[in-house]
Design a protein around this ligand. Structure first.
Ligand code: SAM
Length: 292
């Protein structure tokens, strides 16, 4: 029986056998610590009834631990060079499917419908490529996929922004976008030493459990996010100034914006970063009367 993939010795053996060289541009930092991997799978509460989507299996370090505990794992890998390696390293597991696809272009809805019929729930579990962390998470959330949750390794700084509360320096449009769909919690911080090669930034694991309904109900989701984005456009400016300068035709509609702020009982001199998600919802509903 082979040792686990995620040990320093076995990982080096695999890399040498295939003459694999890391591509920084694809965010390739592989995990070499089974203890960390076990904890990630624990936090995802993966069981024999769980279907798992993995983004970027690499040489299969996390995939292997998921395969041992999940009903089924479907992994999206963009790097063609890893496919023969994965075929070899994951050969002991018959519940893994590797798809050679860019996850950002993949039709995940269809893959889920085809692959996870016999699973009770689906989780996304991954050590994400750091250069595309936010687009991947936003795609998973905005496509309204029938997921139970997402448990992923990412840059600590991004995890902090996702879970940030109003009036903190990390709070911004990403916090609101993620908290609209999920209840985020950073469950682990992870030292650089558990990767090869070691990344330049600190890492963390975040758990995003999907809400059954969005955190707030708004008249128009797209406009709500437009208002949030506009409010954070220049953090040092007041809310009123940001809305006037960054909503379409905001300058001409200044008096309507002031009225919407009044109707929402929100002082336009406040900064966007002080508004809760509920306040943004009330404000965007009042503003939508003038803009939609
Ligand atoms: N899961 C492995 C581990 O933990 O050791 C590898 C993680 S590594 C941080 C990220 C992986 O994502 C790499 O294998 C990389 O090739 C892959 N990747 C990068 N961009 C991708 C994309 N757009 N779609 C799918 N996979 C991608």
């Amino acid at each position: 029986m082979n040792k686990d993939i995620a040990t320093p010795i076995r990982t080096r053996e695999i890399l040498e056998k295939y003459g694999f060289s890391f591509k920084k541009s694809l965010g390739q930092n592989f995990l070499i610590d089974t203890n960390i991997l076990d904890r990630i799978v624990d936090h995802a509460e993966v069981t024999k009834k769980t279907g798992v989507i993995e983004v970027g299996p690499g040489i299969g370090a996390l995939t292997e631990q998921l395969a041992k505990r999940a009903k089924k794992v479907v992994a999206f890998e963009i790097d063609q060079r890893l496919l023969p390696i994965l075929k070899d390293t994951l050969s002991p597991y018959d519940n893994v499917t590797v798809l050679h696809q860019d996850v950002l272009k993949a039709d995940i809805q269809t893959v889920m419908a085809e692959q996870f019929q016999d699973c009770d729930e689906v989780m996304v579990v991954a050590n994400l490529p750091y250069y595309v962390t936010t687009p991947i998470i936003m795609k998973l959330l905005e496509e309204n996929l029938p997921l139970k949750g997402i448990v992923v390794m990412l840059q600590k700084e991004v995890a902090d922004r996702m879970a940030a509360k109003p009036s903190s320096k990390e709070y911004g449009s990403l916090s609101i976008a993620v908290q609209f769909y999920t209840d985020p919690k950073t469950v682990m911080t992870v030292p650089k030493t558990v990767f090869i090669p070691q990344p330049n930034v600190d890492s963390a694991v975040i758990r995003l459990l999907l809400r059954s309904n969005p955190a707030v109900t708004v008249r128009n989701d797209v406009f709500f996010f437009q208002v949030v984005k506009a409010s954070f456009a220049q953090r040092r400016k007041t809310l009123l100034n940001n809305l006037v300068n960054n909503l379409p035709n905001g300058k001409e509609k200044k008096s309507l914006i002031e009225k919407a702020l009044q109707d929402s009982e929100i002082d336009g001199k406040r900064r966007g970063e002080s508004l809760s998600i509920e306040e943004f919802a009330v404000l965007s509903d009042h503003l939508s009367k003038a803009f939609l």
